[in-house]
Ligand binder design. Structure first.
Ligand SMILES: *[C@@H]1O[C@H](CO)[C@@H](O)[C@H](O)[C@H]1NC(C)=O
Ligand SMILES: *[C@@H]1O[C@H](CO)[C@@H](O)[C@H](O)[C@H]1NC(C)=O
Ligand SMILES: *[C@@H]1O[C@H](CO)[C@@H](O)[C@H](O)[C@H]1NC(C)=O
Ligand SMILES: *[C@@H]1O[C@H](CO)[C@@H](O)[C@H](O)[C@H]1NC(C)=O
Ligand SMILES: *[C@@H]1O[C@H](CO)[C@@H](O)[C@H](O)[C@H]1NC(C)=O
Ligand SMILES: *[C@@H]1O[C@H](CO)[C@@H](O)[C@H](O)[C@H]1NC(C)=O
Length: 434
């Protein structure tokens, strides 16, 4: 036993010495280190460094035949891309938190058997790359987000796997964030037998499944005609340009935006601890305009605006690939907007989606829960006006002014105007000629 162990170590060390610059070896060794010290938290910065050095997929250290087969299928897939991708669409729904993106994501999640939908896979990437300061290095995470999205749109989970904590063993994980929000991950074909005693936080609602077998997920993904991913983590559309230019993909970007005043009001409720300062300012006192929180708000608005400006300018790489949608329009005219999104994506609008929308935009008050997508949409849309004081609205208008203007959200000039129901703050605006 010990001799065997020693031999492997010697062999391994020799390989490392011989092929010091070889990416695969260093990736594997990185993985081994991670595996051998499961208690040690990963060093996000060093991890991102590794990731940036080796931008491609991480080769899994395990030789398991199913994975190898899947890899080969993936290779086949790229070889015969021209035939295989005809008609196949890759939808990226890009938003920020509290813009109704879970709700809009359902438009694609409910499509039926032809769609492979993933809900916030980048959650794992952001978590792993979060620095001690609580933030992330925007450059490093943008690159990681892009690479993970690119692989996932091709049904390859290997890079995402390397960000899941604890690291999946044999491509099996019970820690995939909000698994139950992707019906594709809870289908019969992706449902491995239930294992008693294994705790899974995000287990399937529709049936009792064991931990997620990512090989199964990948195989299922390959069978589906279209793929969609929703994410609130991509900050700049421009960072995803390589996806638009990837000949294996036919990417359709849908940017979902919402009145920043409403977003802030909603975040103050949903993320109360993080928005403590805002709550204090709402309760009384002056708002220091140079505060970090205010700067962050401005940064968010600027990112959203910059992405939209690029999209609306229609550069060659984005032509036919970009659509801007306002949450308020979806809330008021869900069926019409969903149909538009499907038309833009080039995918038939199925009866399943229609009936889901009918069901979930009429249901009223009984469902609460901050992440609930069952709301009376028209009623919800301007409710925020009664939940934030005028001075908070004023600060948002001050730092996010150009963003409000671009998307057609009316400024309020007084407390009275803010709470006057007879004045809508949503201007009619058409962004996309379909
Ligand atoms: C990795 O990055 C290098 C240099 O930036 C590039 O040439 C190469 O194509 C990339 N590989 C993949 C798989 O993205
Ligand atoms: C992996 O294992 C299979 C069967 O166990 C074997 O045929 C194959 O050659 C192995 N691949 C590698 C890269 O070791
Ligand atoms: C995961 O799924 C693949 C494909 O169905 C299967 O071959 C493999 O044995 C599964 N892994 C485990 C650990 O059950
Ligand atoms: C890859 O494609 C070839 C030729 O079309 C086919 O014979 C082979 O079975 C495919 N391999 C896999 C793993 O799907
Ligand atoms: C962020 O990451 C990039 C790329 O790794 C690096 O060049 C840069 O110095 C980092 N920035 C900060 C502020 O750490
Ligand atoms: C939803 O809200 C609107 C506006 O307040 C109201 O007219 C409508 O009756 C509500 N629908 C349901 C099903 O509660």
């Amino acid at each position: 036993m010990r001799i065997k162990y020693t031999i492997s170590i010697v062999f391994f060390v020799a390989l490392v010495i011989i092929e010091k610059e070889n990416n695969i070896i260093s990736r594997v060794s990185d993985k081994l280190t991670l595996k051998q010290t499961p208690q040690t938290p990963l060093q996000p910065s060093s991890f991102s460094h590794i990731l940036l050095k080796h931008n491609a997929s991480i080769t899994p250290p395990k030789n398991d035949s199913a994975f190898t087969l899947m890899k080969r299928r993936l290779e086949n897939y790229s070889e015969h891309q021209e035939v295989k991708t005809r008609g196949r669409k890759h939808i990226l729904l890009l938003a920020t938190t509290r813009t109704g993106s879970s709700f809009v994501g359902e438009f694609f999640n409910q499509q039926g058997d032809n769609m492979f939908y993933l809900f916030e896979p980048l959650w794992h990437v952001e978590k792993m790359l979060t620095l001690d300061t609580g933030g992330t290095n925007a450059t490093a995470s943008a690159k990681a987000y892009r690479n993970v999205l690119q692989q996932l749109l091709l049904c390859d989970f290997s890079l995402l796997e390397s960000f899941i904590d604890p690291l999946p063993v044999n491509h099996i994980t019970s820690a995939l964030f909000r698994r139950e929000s992707s019906s594709s991950l809870c289908e019969e074909s992706v449902c491995s037998p239930f294992v008693k005693g294994v705790f899974e936080r995000y287990h399937c609602r529709t049936r009792r499944c064991g931990p997620l077998n990512l090989t199964m997920a990948s195989l299922s993904c390959l069978q589906k005609e279209h793929r969609a991913i929703k994410s609130v983590r991509v900050r700049q559309l421009e960072t995803l340009r390589p996806l638009a230019e990837d000949p294996r993909l036919d990417v359709k970007f849908i940017q979902l935006v919402r009145d920043p005043r409403a977003v802030l009001a909603s975040r103050m409720v949903a993320f109360a601890a993080k928005y403590k300062n805002w709550k204090e300012w709402a309760a009384g006192g002056d708002i220091p305009i140079d505060d970090d929180e205010v700067r962050k708000l401005k940064g968010n608005c600027d990112n959203i605006k910059m992405s939209a400006e690029i999209g609306l300018r229609r550069p060659k790489w984005l032509r036919g690939r970009y659509m801007l949608v306002r949450y308020e329009d979806i809330a008021r005219f869900p069926m019409r907007k969903a149909a538009e999104m499907y038309r833009f994506a080039g995918i038939p609008f199925t009866p399943q989606v229609k009936s889901w929308i009918l069901k979930n935009t009429q249901a009223s008050k009984d469902t609460s829960g901050v992440y609930s997508t069952q709301k009376n949409s028209s009623e919800q849309v301007e409710k925020w006006r009664f939940s934030i004081p005028f001075k908070i609205a004023q600060v948002v208008q001050k730092v996010c002014g150009p963003t409000l203007k671009l998307f057609g959200y009316k400024f309020v000039s007084s407390e009275e105007m803010l709470t006057d129901k007879s004045v809508s703050l949503i201007e009619n605006k058409v962004f996309n000629v379909l």
